[in-house]
Ligand binder design. Structure first.
Ligand SMILES: C[S@@+](CC[C@H](N)C(=O)[O-])C[C@H]1O[C@@H](n2cnc3c(N)ncnc32)[C@H](O)[C@@H]1O
Length: 275
């Protein structure tokens, strides 16, 4: 998707929003909860050995990559948007994490510039795999860069959770075509920044990783409760804590997962078995 000279739509959109990106989520309890769910899932797979390596693919302003660096990993932060990388680099500098971080402008679809078998833990958050034309190729690239035994924790747009967007607009034709294909468009006012997106059912997400040679470790909805419609509940601290604990308890419940706005898989690249 990356072009020399001419920026792709994905790049153009993310370059424009990069400097205001963190502010879009600040002070919003829904996104606080979303991030707590994410961290609780991701930290289960933190490698503990000295010199462990991480890759934050589609790092944006560095939220997860810098967190992994704070946990002691040597992290590559990769993004297609140069401006996102600039913001992430500034944050690494101001947080004293520069020594453990490197920055790569690149495409999650190929992960060119990341060596084969070099990454213990890869994460791709905020759904970069939903922004590529051929997500299967991105999954093959993820498999290539992981060490045997390494884990990928990847979030994507959820298919059935995406139905609300069309229902709220009385767009049943749009809904039917979205449910059949998973294909949609990033909604932004600037037409020349709209890019195609792809949403996944839990079965499709799992199948895509397993066909590429991964073993699924866990699969969760983020969140599984329909909290976008009940955001006000999250303003109360005690209720927020109770809802978070329900998400932790039921997040992997297959019957609830279908309606989640986002799905997240943790998948391991198997180690060769000793003969
Ligand atoms: C919604 S933001 C999420 C940023 C960050 N991971 C987070 O969770 O805060 C999605 C990021 O993915 C990046 N991205 C989208 N498509 C990409 C691609 N094909 N290759 C690399 N990065 C991509 C965007 O530039 C953007 O920074």
């Amino acid at each position: 998707m990356a072009h020399r000279g001419k920026r792709s739509r994905v790049e153009r959109y993310h370059d424009r929003v990069a400097r205001s990106y963190d502010g879009m989520y600040e002070g919003d309890r829904y996104w606080d909860l979303y991030r707590e769910i994410t961290w609780n899932h991701l930290k289960r797979y933190l490698p503990r050995h000295p010199g462990a390596t991480g890759l934050d693919a589609g790092c944006g302003t560095g939220l997860w990559g810098l967190r992994l660096a704070r946990c002691g990993l040597h992290v590559t932060l990769l993004d297609i948007s140069e401006t996102m990388l600039d913001v992430a680099r500034d944050k690494a500098r101001s947080q004293g994490l520069e020594g453990r971080c490197s920055f790569v402008k690149g495409d999650v679809a190929t992960l060119d510039g990341v060596a084969d078998g070099s990454v213990d833990l890869l994460t791709a958050q905020g759904d970069p795999l939903s922004c590529v034309e051929h997500p299967e190729r991105a999954v093959a690239a993820i498999h290539r860069v992981l060490v045997p035994g390494g884990v990928a924790v990847v979030s994507v747009d959820g298919l059935f959770g995406g139905a609300f967007f069309f229902l709220e607009r009385d767009d049943v034709d749009g809904l039917a075509s979205f449910l059949a294909s998973g294909r949609s468009q990033w909604q932004t006012d600037a037409r020349n920044e709209r890019f195609p997106t792809v949403a996944f059912s839990a079965a499709r997400l799992r199948g895509m990783f397993e066909r590429a040679g991964f073993e699924t470790q866990s699969l969760i909805g983020k969140p599984v409760l329909p909290l976008r419609r009940f955001r006000r509940l999250l303003d109360d601290r005690a209720t927020y804590a109770r809802i978070l604990s329900l998400e932790m308890r039921y997040g992997a419940e297959p019957e609830l997962m279908g309606g989640a706005a986002h799905l997240e898989i943790a998948a391991r690249k198997p180690s060769p078995t000793a003969s």
